[in-house]
Design a protein around this ligand. Structure first.
Ligand code: B16
Ligand code: MG
Length: 213
């Protein structure tokens, strides 16, 4: 029996990846190189500074720490600008109904996201109240695939990890869930999310049957 479900944000509840991509691309162009949508896959679920390091590796740039912090702040200010106009219709199809269904069945709900902008996004989408517990990038010290973000969620919900299911769109996130000893349901492509226990393409028409392992 499953006691709790932990949801990743970007790529599971909403598609903020496109805004991250626009902001990173703008930064790479400013630095004199291009950044493709394929390269963007590598940034999913990865922290802001780790993302910048991957971007700089692609552009073959090496910069000092201070400059890197400035660039990360610049990217974030653009990103915040893009997400500031997000509306409720940017919640991915079916996910809100699925969460409401879980709640009706006494399954607890947590957010487990690497993003330091999680609160801002949940507010824009008007879904803060859906969550019994919110663990975001401001509350963790180790990025996915570390299990930290998910274990913190389970601890706060007072449920044991073996009774948690994590919904994740990123390979690093699926790995983090498995490292936490939880079930992992990959949202997206099975060839990318190899370690997931199950794969779904989205939440439309999804029933609680999916929680049977
Ligand atoms: P921020 P998730 C992650 O969110 C994104 O997938 C990843 O691309 C981003 O770099 C990371 O958050 C940090 O975001 O710069 O807003 O702190 O998928 O863990 O919900
Ligand atoms: Mg994600």
């Amino acid at each position: 029996n499953i006691d709790a479900c932990i949801f990743d944000l970007d790529g599971v509840i909403c598609d903020t990846a496109k805004y991250h991509y626009l902001a990173w691309k703008r930064l790479s162009n400013e630095l004199g190189f291009d950044f493709s949508i394929e390269d963007n896959e590598r940034l999913k679920g990865v922290s802001r500074m780790d993302s910048l390091n991957i971007l700089l590796e692609i552009g073959e740039k090496s910069l000092d720490e201070e400059t890197k912090l400035e660039l990360a702040a610049k990217k974030n200010s653009w990103y915040v600008e893009y997400i500031s106009v997000m509306k409720q219709d940017e919640i991915l199809p079916g996910v809100k109904d699925f969460i409401l269904n879980l709640k009706e069945n006494n399954i607890k709900i947590a957010l487990g996201s690497a993003s330091k902008n999680s609160m801002r996004i949940l507010k824009a989408l008007d879904i803060v109240d859906l969550f019994d517990c919110i663990v975001d990038g401001n509350r963790i010290t180790k990025a996915k695939p570390s299990p930290e973000v998910f274990l913190k969620g389970a601890e706060e919900l007072e449920v044991s990890p073996e009774k948690c299911v994590v919904f994740e769109d990123a390979a690093a996130g699926v790995e983090g869930a498995k490292n936490a000893n939880m079930f992992a349901i990959g949202v997206g492509d099975a060839s990318i999310l190899k370690k997931a226990d199950k794969i779904i393409s989205g939440f439309e028409n999804l029933t609680l049957e999916i929680l049977k392992f």
